[in-house]
Design a protein around this ligand. Structure first.
Ligand code: CU1
Ligand code: ZN
Length: 184
């Protein structure tokens, strides 16, 4: 094979590789649609029946297998998502936009991309597991909620495990309590 032919072949290979890469990217940016919460669905973290409780819920659709994981609260969604085996994964995440729906019975038409959402941490409103993160599509709505219910407004990427236990009420809901709840 002469040099010109070899160069041409290498160029062709490079183009093919590039095309393959961009094709992949397109696949990962197309997010799976949110799945509705059904009565009887149990929280993947604590086992509680999700629709029996107030406050914003969360769900994850796993990056690789598109498995749906549902959570009783935004708090439990973060408790799962912040685990070392999940934290760097591009799981699709949905939470309720509490500006669009009612706290006692969040409606699934109000599910929004959690990674784009604003969260009020440490407010006085409780979710399924006690203190929770109130989720909003708009920063203004999150701010308004904070003015009324206290706490602090954070972006998805700013939330750490420490934020999940702020604003704790009387009984401590630590992981041993959650495990206990799952046994029942
Ligand atoms: Cu729970
Ligand atoms: Zn839970």
């Amino acid at each position: 094979m002469n040099r010109t032919k070899l160069n041409w072949l290498l160029a062709a290979l490079a183009v093919m590789t590039l095309t393959a890469c961009s094709g992949n990217e397109e696949q990962t940016t197309a997010k799976p649609a949110p799945v509705h919460f059904e009565s009887g669905d149990e929280c993947h973290v604590c086992g509680m029946v999700i629709t029996n409780f107030p406050g914003p819920k969360g769900e994850a659709i796993t990056e690789k297998d598109q498995h749906v994981r549902k959570f009783c609260s935004t708090k439990d969604m973060f408790a799962w998502m912040l685990q070392p085996e999940n934290v760097n994964r591009d799981h699709t995440l949905y939470v309720h936009d509490m500006a669009q729906t009612d706290w006692e019975h969040p409606d699934d038409t109000a599910l929004i991309d959690a990674r784009e959402a604003f969260f009020v941490v440490g407010s006085d409103r409780a979710g399924a597991m006690g203190p929770t993160l109130a989720s909003f599509a708009s920063e203004d709505a999150a701010h308004e909620f904070m003015m009324e219910h206290a706490g602090e407004v954070l972006r998805y990427s700013e939330i750490t495990m420490d934020h999940l236990n702020t604003g704790m009420p009387m009984g401590k809901m630590d992981s041993s309590t959650a495990e206990h709840a799952m046994e029942h």
